[in-house]
Design a protein around this ligand. Sequence first.
Ligand code: ASP
Ligand code: MG
Length: 426
Amino acid sequence: MALVVTKFGGTSVASPERIKNVAKRLVAKRQAGDDVVAVVSAMGKTTDELVSLARAMNTAPSKREMDMLLSTGEQTSMALLAMAIQALGYKAISFTGWQAGIVTDNEYSLAKIENIDAHRIREAIADGYIVVVAGFQGLSLGGDITTLGRGGSDTTAVALAYGIDADVCEIYSDVDGVYSADPRVAPRARKLDFISYDDMLEMSSAGSGVLQARAVEFARKYGVVIHSRSAFSDAPGTLIKEAVPDMEQAVVSGIAHDTSEIRFTLRGLPDNPGVAAKLFATLAAYKVSVDMIIQNSVADDKANISFTFPGNQKAAVEEAVSRVKRDMPFDRVDIDEDIAKVSLVGTGMKSSPGIAARAFKSLADNEISLKMISTSPIRISVVVEASQVTAAVRCLHTEFGLDSDTVFEETQLSPEEIAAKMNKGR
Ligand code: ASP
Ligand code: MG
């Protein structure tokens, strides 16, 4: 008998039928003797729809009201799931973030969890309930509803697993685990049996959408083991945990890519000390998450600075840049939206020299030109033309021996049809 936190993402609860399937799965776990807490996301694309509704009211809605609105998506799915479980004859109770004891800071739309007081969940479990918790939300120290950033239900699940000292945190989604690359881009990608926190964190930050980076960070900090697996089959997925010596570490664990960033280049800035400090302090004040940075000195005591950031922060960057221009004139700004970042991730790179050279050679052999490069001890990222992203991911995947013998086929079947075909659907 185990204490299990399970998380079901938007696709897994997209329709009444799918919510009923989740209910059956949870009941099966209960019948097997486990104590179960389920964290749910909003149904399907609900959160995106709520975002567009908000924009129809106000092009720059206040963050407080945005969190009030977005938190309703998860509140709908938690209540429906509890009802579906009750319909199967089992005790179930749903809790919002605050009822579950999730206390956050006051940063609307990107709140950090400060504290978890899980006594209500513990009591409900002791009373034999299957507990359902709304993902993605908490209550701020100031007493307002907050949300934890897009994809934040993963973080709720990991935090609760820590808060109630669960044996494992199972994250169910429409993919059956963590792959060595996005199989839709690299059809020879392979499913990993396990991946270390460090590698997973780099993969998530580099664009792998399987888990929210913050959730992985939280899991690493508190040693929560995550099992990323399919909501539509019983097959084991990928374990994300601390690397142990006998965990065979490939040099490169995976190739991640990200097409959501854009690049600004400020040309003809004064080439003085303090210029970069001023620019990036201003961007920070506008809460821009800058990713890569390159500064070049050019003729006549002038410098160019390029930086990349998530495309959805463009408006904030434009404001910050015009503010910088007022006290620190520069010639012009070039905007490049058609870029993609491709990253090679692997703890094993630390102890193997020559990986960067191999990666660059492979990209060059495939006539892929590099616009920017950045590295960490366990990651090498390059920015390429967006149109070359597929070629870049595939050639690196092959170069570092990650190709599997089987080819992933994109299927038009619904998850239910796939499950039925595999005869594993519950
Ligand atoms: N519903 C939220 C989102 O779409 C949170 C989540 O799914 O984890 O971002
Ligand atoms: Mg999600």
